[in-house]
Design a protein around this ligand. Structure first.
Ligand SMILES: [Ca+2]
Ligand SMILES: [Ca+2]
Ligand SMILES: [Ca+2]
Length: 195
């Protein structure tokens, strides 16, 4: 082999090596890229699994106000505000059932936040706070409808003020009982004056 052909061989080998090297680099880049994408997918899946597996964080306070303007119980989702009477009523109303947790309901009403309950005139009895000033005699002694204990200022809307005949009311009757042919007020005002 003369020097010229030797040089040609060296040049050809160098070109082959260069091609081989470039081909390998492209493959390497492709493989590394695929591995990176796979790693990112796995990492994203792990993050999603961890986030979904984490229990919802308990709100620092359960105090909230319902759409009807009652003081209520805030669920773990920090959006749902339950009426007090929906707590410990044996129905799961929060997404995780935290309104029925034994830590709240095992010793009623002592483990309930004070803003969810109303102590009646007889302290042995209690009602949920959304039941005071609703016109109905929930305590049995009308203390939940009184101005002195429950700070009830007037009859609920669509109620008629009078001394009711029926024990279930206190100082008002539902206007649906007006002029129905039945005496519901001691004074008969439900049949002769109610408008
Ligand atoms: Ca409930
Ligand atoms: Ca009541
Ligand atoms: Ca009547």
């Amino acid at each position: 082999m003369d020097a010229a052909s030797m040089g040609s061989t060296v040049t050809m080998l160098s070109r082959d090596e260069k091609d081989a090297c470039c081909g390998c680099s492209r493959r390497c880049v492709c493989i590394i890229g695929v591995i990176l994408v796979l790693l990112m997918i796995v990492a994203a899946a792990i993050v999603c699994a961890v986030v979904l597996a984490l229990p919802a964080r308990t709100p620092e306070t359960r105090y909230c106000v319902t759409s009807d303007n009652y003081t209520g119980f805030l669920c773990d989702d920090r959006k749902t505000c339950l009426l007090p009477s929906q707590v410990c009523n044996s129905a799961s109303d929060c997404g995780n059932g935290e309104d029925e947790a034994s830590s709240l309901c095992s010793d009623l009403p002592n483990n309930l936040p004070g803003y969810l309950i109303f102590r009646c005139g007889n302290p042995q009895f209690w009602i949920y706070s959304n039941l005071k000033c609703n016109g109905i005699n929930n305590c049995g002694d009308c203390s939940d409808e009184s101005e002195s204990l429950a700070s009830c200022s007037s009859c609920p809307s669509n109620w008629w003020p009078c001394t009711p005949v029926l024990y279930q009311y206190c100082s008002c009757i539902p206007k649906s009982l007006c002029r129905n042919g039945v005496q519901d007020c001691v004074s008969w005002s439900d049949e002769y004056q109610c408008t």
